[in-house]
Write a protein that binds this ligand. Structure first.
Ligand code: G2I
Length: 461
């Protein structure tokens, strides 16, 4: 009702817009790439227009589409973020338990890196698209499998993912505001925080998001999620962002922006993660309003559409920005104009890459200490170990940890383990041996049984 008509946002000034954009692009090249031009510099692509306020503009894709040059022409020109529509999901990445397949995801990541795009990871844990073997698990066996899956997948892509959808769609639809029933939920209400803690240890540089749909305004479901995020922030559970999928129909809730803002006010980034909008008279204006809402919220760091063109959408109602022939639609122009015309606040910088490895090794000879924090449940645990250098830098470290009888290590990340039971030595791997004076690094391991209780010893080299 409050929407404008579909043609309202369509510019009739495109030729002039393009000329301005070329001039703006030249000016940008001539200056430093780190300084954003004025917000109304009329960039001619979505990625350039979004970058004016430090935001990304992304699309979901499948690796097979990268063989289609009509597709990649649009993808590379318009988008600077990519998310795997399906190929990083549990069924795709771990089709048999402990057998991993990263082929599709690796292809997408390589394409992104080659074309200056960041990568959203979707999704580590979800009640849907589980491989058959996981669907048949329950209790601690499922919990351990989940932790192992997160470690292996987030560990594989470590340092290459801007934001991970750690948990997807865990809240129920309807008015309850509670959790959705699922095999994961039945392992205990703490499964979501275990997933986030595990993901943090596996890839400390990725932003960790909770992602859901039907959260396009202030409603019972979004409020349930809001309460969870507030609780996580108050207890130090590592959550950095909330994804609003935004699979939209022919209307948009009037409090769409206010809802984003209330989450941002909790101290997390917000992202529009799977945007698509039903075709029809309101399509362009809804796209425009969503874009303007993101721009108006300083911590809304980017927008992703769930596909590039209508031909490949999971929906049949032509919900994307490019038509089946790859032509720009009215909705495209409304988004581009919104990105160009709104002088939105610049979001705070987010970490997108691990810190560079220093090329000159620091002098060694220092001492180190180690401390363990445990996340345990009935039958299993995740241990996060912090290694801290003393007053002098160190070149390498070994942490010795005594495990209780009956406990077995089933996975280790960011360290090399000497064994899986009894007293185990965990030594640095290639990228985390060097610690500057007073600095620290973390590694982790998971196991069955109960976690270690004594103080570990740390030996530096
Ligand atoms: O349902 C729309 C999205 C809602 N939020 C989470 C997203 O992950 C989800 O994406 C959709 C994909 O767009 C579909 O392409 O998720 C579906 C389920 O994973 C995807 O569909 C599946 C088909 O159901 C399978 O039959 C097919 O094997 O795609 C698979 C791979 O092509």
């Amino acid at each position: 009702m409050k929407n404008r008509t579909g043609t309202a946002g369509t510019p009739r000034i495109r030729p002039r817009t393009v000329v301005l954009a070329v001039a703006a692009g030249a000016a940008l090249l001539a200056s430093t790439a780190l300084i954003a031009p004025a917000a109304n510099a009329a960039a001619s692509t979505l990625r350039a227009a979004a970058a004016q306020s430090g935001r990304y503009f992304g699309a979901a894709a499948n690796s097979f589409q990268l063989s289609n040059t009509s597709f990649t022409t649009i993808l590379n020109r318009e988008f600077n973020s990519i998310v795997a529509e399906n190929e990083m999901k549990w069924d795709a990445t771990e089709p048999q338990q402990n057998t991993f397949n990263f082929t599709g995801g690796d292809r997408l990541v390589a394409h992104a890196r080659a074309n200056g795009m960041s990568v959203r990871g979707h999704t580590l844990v979800w009640h849907a698209q589980q491989p058959g073997w996981a669907q048949n698990l329950s209790g601690s066996a499922l919990r351990n499998a989940m932790v192992n899956h997160i470690n292996r997948v987030a560990g594989h892509f470590r340092g290459q993912i801007h934001s991970w959808d750690v948990v997807n769609e865990a809240f129920a639809d309807g008015g309850s505001g509670g959790r959705r029933d699922s095999n994961l939920q039945r392992t205990g209400n703490d499964w979501i925080e275990v997933a986030f803690r595990t993901a943090r240890a596996a890839d400390p540089n990725a932003r960790l998001c909770y992602n859901d749909y039907n959260t396009d305004g202030i409603n019972a479901k979004s409020t349930g999620i809001y309460n969870m995020v507030r609780d996580f922030k108050s207890r130090g559970v590592p959550i950095d962002c909330v994804g609003f999928q935004s699979h939209l129909g022919t209307t948009l809730a009037s409090d769409y922006q206010a809802n984003l803002q209330r989450f941002a006010d909790l101290g997390v980034d917000v992202q529009i993660t799977e945007l698509d909008v039903a075709e029809g008279a309101n399509q362009a204006s809804i796209y425009e309003r969503v874009t303007r809402a993101c721009l108006a919220v300083a911590r809304c760091t980017g927008i992703t559409t769930w596909g590039v063109w209508d031909a490949a959408s999971w929906r049949s109602d032509n919900p994307l920005l490019f038509d089946r022939n790859g032509n720009k639609k009215a909705a495209y122009n409304s988004v581009l104009n919104a990105l160009n015309s709104v002088s939105g606040p610049t979001p705070p910088p987010t970490t997108t890459a691990p810190p560079p490895v220093t090329s000159t090794p620091p002098p060694g000879g220092g001492a180190c200490s180690a401390s363990v924090s445990l996340n345990s449940w009935n039958g299993g645990f995740v241990a996060t170990v912090r290694v801290t250098a003393g007053n002098a830098a160190i070149r390498g470290w070994t942490v010795r940890i005594a495990l209780p009888g009956g406990t077995a290590v089933t996975g280790t990340w960011n360290a090399q383990a000497s064994g899986s039971s009894g007293t185990v030595n965990f030594s640095n791997v290639s990228y985390n041996g060097q610690i500057s004076a007073g600095g620290n690094t973390e590694f982790g391991f998971q196991g069955t049984g109960s976690g270690p209780s004594g103080t570990p010893t740390c030996t530096a080299s």
